[in-house]
Write a protein that binds this ligand. Structure first.
Ligand code: NAD
Ligand code: UDP
Length: 310
């Protein structure tokens, strides 16, 4: 049995990861400050004696005896990471320093949940890992993008300087059950608006694209990445290459929910990337043939069922 620490474990992705790691027979410590996550996401796991929940802010040092660390703590919704941008940087950068220091002391393996945002508003499409990105260092999204980029730098420096066994995954837009109802990201916003027959709010002209991945596919990719040989650090893209405009997404959600909602257009937030699609060649090669298995409509149906049940 492995002892596994999941930071941000009470969040959307973290709660699915904790459940999966418990299913595999691990002892799981979930660490979270509940900024965007919630205890409700992990309440069913509390019945499991191998699960432990701790309130803690990753920007402060933390000590526990573990074999593996998944570092997910960080708000992921643009609405939330911009509420307190300084804390967002601290969470990404000091959180990485603290967790890497712990991994170094324990000789533990550590995986960083990085993001497609490291590519910024990409000029290369689709985005392969070797692309260095097009990121504004001083804009409204920079606290998140640059925080995550600096965290990647720290991961690779701890690896080169201190031989820490690191893994970096670059996660592309992921959705599914346990997204917060007020989270502000496009999939949860549209589903909640459609279920309430309210207007779907498209920012800008809706021609910007994203590639949406269902959470189960991501969890499979992350766990496979943690189990790759020590000489494979990544970064590796984990996402679904199916690319949709926000207009298309709105129409699909309205159809799948049988909603009478209309679509309205609102101003585009600053620095909103125009396009995003992962090149997943490396993931296919290095993660045992991993690929997404759940298409957008199937994943949306499961997510709609979840939000209906709330
Ligand atoms: P989320 O907001 O639901 O989860 C983040 C969790 O981290 C929450 O439970 C939050 O309370 C916790 N947290 C935030 N700051 C913290 C701190 N200082 N100390 C301890 N806990 C803290 O978001 P998510 O979608 O589950 O994202 C999880 C991770 O995956 C994040 O690191 C995010 O950057 C990354 N990611 C997500 C996506 C996506 O599309 N969902 C895409 C790229 C990267
Ligand atoms: N978006 C939108 N309506 C919403 C929420 C988001 O049109 O109610 C747009 C947003 O401007 C962006 C895309 O949908 O172009 C994806 O936004 P999200 O916040 O989900 O993720 P990110 O921009 O970080 O990829």
């Amino acid at each position: 049995m492995k002892q596994v620490l999941v930071t941000g474990g009470a969040g959307f992705i973290g709660s699915h990861l904790c459940a999966r790691l418990l299913e595999e027979g691990n002892d799981v410590i979930c660490l979270d400050n509940y900024f965007t996550g919630s205890k409700a996401n992990v309440i069913p796991l509390l019945r499991n004696p191998h699960f432990e929940l701790i309130r803690h802010d990753v920007s402060k040092p933390f000590v526990a005896e573990v074999d593996e660390i998944y570092n997910l703590a960080c708000p992921a919704s643009p609405v939330y990471y911009q509420i307190d941008p300084i804390q967002t940087v601290k969470t990404s950068v000091l959180g990485a320093v603290n967790m890497l220091g712990l991994a170094k002391r324990l000789d533990a393996k550590i995986l960083q949940a990085s993001t497609s945002e490291v590519y910024g508003d990409p000029k290369i499409h689709p985005q392969p890992e070797k692309y260095w990105g097009n990121v504004n260092p001083i804009g409204p999204r920079s606290c998140y993008d640059e925080g995550k980029r600096c965290a990647e730098t720290l991961f690779m420096d701890y690896h080169r300087q201190n031989k820490v066994r690191v893994k970096i995954v670059r996660v592309f837009n992921t959705y599914g059950p346990h997204m917060g109802t007020n989270d502000g990201r496009v999939v949860s916003n549209f589903i909640i608006q459609a279920l309430q027959d309210k207007d779907l709010t498209i920012y800008g002209d809706g021609n910007q694209t994203r590639s949406f991945q269902y959470v189960d596919d991501l969890i499979e990719g992350m766990v496979r990445m943690m189990n790759t040989p020590d000489d494979f650090t990544g970064p590796v893209n984990i996402g679904n290459p199916g690319e949709f405009s926000i207009n298309e997404l709105a129409r699909i959600v309205i159809r799948l929910t049988n909603s009478s909602s209309r679509i309205v257009y609102r101003p585009l937030p600053g620095d909103d990337p125009k396009q995003r699609r992962p090149d997943i060649t490396l993931a296919r090669e290095r993660l045992g043939g991993w690929e997404p298995t759940i298409c957008l409509e199937e994943g949306l149906k499961k997510t709609i069922a979840y939000f209906r049940s709330l």
